[in-house]
Design a protein around this ligand. Structure first.
Ligand code: IPM
Ligand code: MG
Length: 355
């Protein structure tokens, strides 16, 4: 197959981790006889420095005409003082909205090789951590009106029935493919938008009788994720709650550096990125963990290119690498061999084999 991938290296550790993911994709292409063509896209702080804009229209257009987008990370302290509408993160939000990717899928799964890295008690970890957060990505407070007038600042949180319905369906469909348990997370004891959210989820539940729907208030959910994560299969929630809960969920798995994500919308063209940030403190030092990005590339193959076998091969290679005892600094533990970002990529490439 011939696929065209838009590649956003971004800021901080972004270029380093993306390089390793491309090495892995090239190896898969060679092994399976595919051709992956890459187009570089400027987004984030580097685009501000170069073009004065975190995502110029022309760069967005490159993404829209690709088969899918692979992103490293954007942002950094260097751009802390630029005005809100010009922040690196604004480029990311514009990209998500421009691509129409309303559904963000963030798995929280513990790798058995890393179970010691979880900050939770062993008795809790041993019950199993394997759930997915389905986060609404292009609505809510992120995309409401933002304004500052004198000493008062306002951000509007708005959801329509239609927006809730389409992400709700993804939640139910994701649960159907797993343990058939969906937990809808909101703040319906306070927010109107959450009361609408809850109502829409319950109406949808009638169409998915095979899925058990439960409701949970977001503050309680934050607590339950550390108290009893094994209870969760699929969580569906609005944009900002999903942002916060997915950071929490990633932490209990041991390393935020290991977690990939997919963002999908109405077309097959998806956005794939690790859930961590640009880590400017370790940028350019060959210390970053590229696995979140490598696994994001695997998700791209699985969900946008229908290449399940190829995705399996990458995930197996990551597992083999961990079995061999290699660790980047973020997940280093006693008795393991510490490697840098490049070496991590090379070792995973070495483990890529069919069957
Ligand atoms: C994430 C990030 C982004 C978000 C930022 C960088 C805008 O935290 O992908 O979770 O809040 O969505
Ligand atoms: Mg976040």
């Amino acid at each position: 197959m011939n696929k065209h991938i838009a590649v956003i290296r971004g800021d901080g550790i972004g270029p380093e981790i993306v390089n390793e993911a491309l090495k892995v994709l090239d190896k898969v292409a060679e092994l399976f006889g595919h051709t992956f063509r890459y187009t570089d896209v400027d987004m984030g702080g580097c685009a501000i420095d170069k073009w004065g804009d975190p995502l110029p229209e022309r760069e967005l257009a490159k993404c829209l005409s690709s088969d899918s987008v692979l992103l490293g990370a954007v942002g950094g302290t260097k751009w802390n003082d630029v005005p809100g509408h010009l922040r690196p993160e604004k480029g990311l939000l514009r990209l998500r909205a421009g691509m129409g990717v309303y559904s963000n899928n963030r798995p929280a799964k513990i790798w058995p090789q890393l179970s010691d890295a979880s900050p939770l008690k062993k008795s809790i970890v041993d019950q199993g951590i394997d759930f997915i957060i389905v986060r609404e990505l292009i609505g809510g407070i992120y995309f409401g009106t933002h304004k500052t007038e004198g000493d008062t600042a306002t951000d509007v949180l708005q959801y329509s029935k239609k927006e809730i319905e389409r992400i709700g369906r993804i939640g139910f469909e994701t649960a159907q493919k797993r343990q058939k348990k969906l937990c809808s997370v909101e703040k319906s004891n306070v927010l109107d938008s959450s009361r609408l959210w809850k109502k829409v989820m319950h109406r949808l539940a009638e169409e998915y009788p095979d899925v058990a729907l439960s409701d949970m208030l977001v503050d309680n959910c934050a607590m339950q994720i550390v108290k009893n994560p094994a209870q969760f299969d699929v969580i569906v929630t609005e944009n900002m709650f999903g942002d916060i809960l997915s950071d929490e969920a990633s932490m209990i798995t041991g390393s935020i550096g290991m977690i990939p994500s997919s963002s999908l919308g109405v077309t097959g063209c998806g956005l794939y990125e690790p859930i961590h940030g640009s880590a400017p403190d370790i940028a350019g030092q060959d210390k970053a963990n590229p696995i979140g990005t490598i696994l994001s590339a695997a998700m791209m193959l699985r969900f946008s290119f229908d290449m399940a076998l190829e995705a399996d091969v990458i995930e197996n290679a990551v597992s083999a690498y961990l079995d061999q005892g290699f660790r980047t600094a973020d997940i280093m533990s006693e008795g393991m061999t510490m490697v840098g970002c490049r070496q991590c990529g090379d070792l995973i490439v070495k483990n890529i084999r069919k069957g």
